[in-house]
Design a protein around this ligand. Structure first.
Ligand code: NAD
Length: 456
């Protein structure tokens, strides 16, 4: 279907104001939840085919989170949607002030392939809740999941309200040539720049949820065994193809050996000794990414793992003793099950290594030392993160999730998603009962003296 035609339909529909009522938005969220429940088996199967995600992992990371988010919205949306009264400064006497959350209009959601269901549907919840019409562009690299999303959405919603558009580069270009009222993009920083450039032509506001190199710092006073367990958990979910996966470890040299021993133990505990034949271990999305990740293994000090299977596109969890900081593995986002480990003797070195790179999407600090916690939080800029854990900060409704600098702009999850998809329209309503002459011209010296008294 022609993209401009879909946009015209959606624009006409938006102008009927039907998408704006609270009742309508609540009903659409309920419809969405029902549709996901009906399609759950198909979604799980598609995720198995696209990424070999096990049922449990796929449910937890792609579907469970979405149910949770919709339930939360159904509970909170009536309150969030209310006109918000705020105080009015005395200088405006007599007046009232309030904020109205209104939809932007036509929203575009562009999603990546690594959590192809969750990352397309999670922003959709906010777009519906805000009262927008929506075009969803899922990733062509997860074709089975994209097909199911398309089928589910087209059976549940009218094209004039929500439409999935499938396709590769050419379609992406055509979509970005159109004028939207909001663009929500999740993907790489390089494509994020293309999206922002296209948005700039119409001054369309954007959220960019990007990636980057997210470090895990392990200090000598950390609980080393638990640190290893939680790092391996965050690294190997979806076999490292997670935007917030710990990308590399910075470890105090005093506890490096201990940490590595535990890392190896937990890899085996979670995935067994014959990982390449473990059907519960996900695969790399495609051959291009498989080859890209294998290049990181050339001539590196492999401490553990390193084997792969071209036919199944699986790569063993691989630990690398990383000595050189200018290797490509320390310049690019790894996005696979390879984990470089860098030792430091002074925390300042670790901070320097992080700061020499782009601001990370996430940072994980393992320590029991409050002073170190303060130093890192106050001196290093990053999107968000955890103390003594990995990745779970994004599964918390009360924490806005997003990047900083090159890892993104804007944030979502919970109320932040609703705020992202609504414009805050500020209104000051003035009474006609009194009207002070002071604010009106002529602005002579006497008024200057009065203003000086008011604004010190
Ligand atoms: P990508 O940037 O290649 O693709 C994302 C979307 O953009 C897809 O829908 C794709 O079809 C489209 N696209 C690709 N090339 C395009 C172009 N030239 N012009 C217009 N559109 C284009 O990203 P990906 O490979 O699908 O995903 C991996 C990246 O996404 C990683 O960097 C990862 O860290 C990041 N990511 C970030 C988050 C987050 O929440 N911050 C979540 C998941 C993934």
């Amino acid at each position: 279907m022609d993209i401009a035609y879909v946009l015209k339909l959606q624009n006409d529909y938006f102008e009927t104001h039907e998408t704006k009522s609270l009742n309508f938005r609540m009903n659409q969220l309920k419809l969405l939840k029902k549709a996901i429940q009906e399609y759950e088996t198909e979604i799980l199967l598609a995720l198995k085919m696209d990424l070999n995600k096990s049922k449990s992992e796929a449910f937890l990371t792609e579907i469970g989170l979405i149910y949770d988010e919709i339930n939360y919205f159904l509970k909170k949306l009536p309150k969030w949607s209310k006109v918000k009264k705020v105080r009015t400064p005395f200088v405006h006497f007599i007046a009232k002030s309030y904020i109205v959350s209104e939809p932007f209009g036509q929203a575009l959601i562009m999603a990546p392939w690594n959590y192809p269901f969750q990352l397309a549907i999670s922003p959709l919840i906010g777009a519906i809740a805000g009262g927008n019409t929506v075009i969803i562009k899922p990733s062509e690299y997860a074709p089975h999941t994209t097909d199911v999303i398309d089928k589910m959405i087209s059976e549940t919603f009218d094209v004039k309200y929500i439409k999935v558009i499938q396709g590769g580069l050419e379609i992406n270009k055509q979509i970005l040539e159109q004028k939207f009222d909001y663009i929500f993009f999740t993907g790489s920083a390089s494509v994020g720049k293309i999206v922002m450039q296209a948005a700039a032509k119409n001054l369309t506001p954007v959220t960019l949820e990007l990636g980057g190199k997210s470090p895990a710092i392990v200090t000598k006073d950390a609980n080393i065994k638990l640190a290893a367990k939680r790092i391996i958990y965050g690294k190997l979910i979806n076999t490292g193809q997670t935007c917030v996966a710990p990308d590399y470890i910075l470890v105090d040299q005093a506890v490096k050996y201990q940490l590595v021993t535990h890392l190896v133990n937990f890899i085996k505990k979670f995935y067994g000794d014959d990982i390449l034949n473990n059907d519960l271990y996900p695969r790399i999305i495609n051959e291009k990414h498989f080859e890209r990740i294998l290049k990181y293994l050339d001539q590196k000090e492999i401490i553990y793992g390193g084997k792969s299977n071209q036919e199944t596109l699986k790569i063993e969890p691989t630990l690398i003793d990383q000595r050189k900081l200018d290797d490509s593995i320390m310049q690019e986002e790894i996005f696979g099950p390879v984990l470089p480990i860098i030792e430091y003797t002074d925390l300042k070195e670790a901070i320097k290594i992080i700061k020499e790179r782009q601001k990370p999407l996430a940072l994980y600090l393992f320590t029991d030392n409050k002073q170190i916690e303060k130093t890192i939080i106050n001196n290093v800029s990053f999107g968000g993160g955890c103390i003594n854990d990995t990745i779970v900060h994004l599964a918390t409704k009360n924490l806005p999730f997003g990047g900083a600098g090159e890892s993104g702009m804007g944030a979502y999850h919970g109320k932040a998603t609703y705020d992202t998809f609504t414009h805050k329209k500020s209104i000051l309503k003035k009474s006609n009962l009194v009207d002070f002459e002071l604010r009106y011209p002529p602005f002579g010296d006497r008024k200057y003296k009065v203003f000086k008294k008011f604004f010190k």
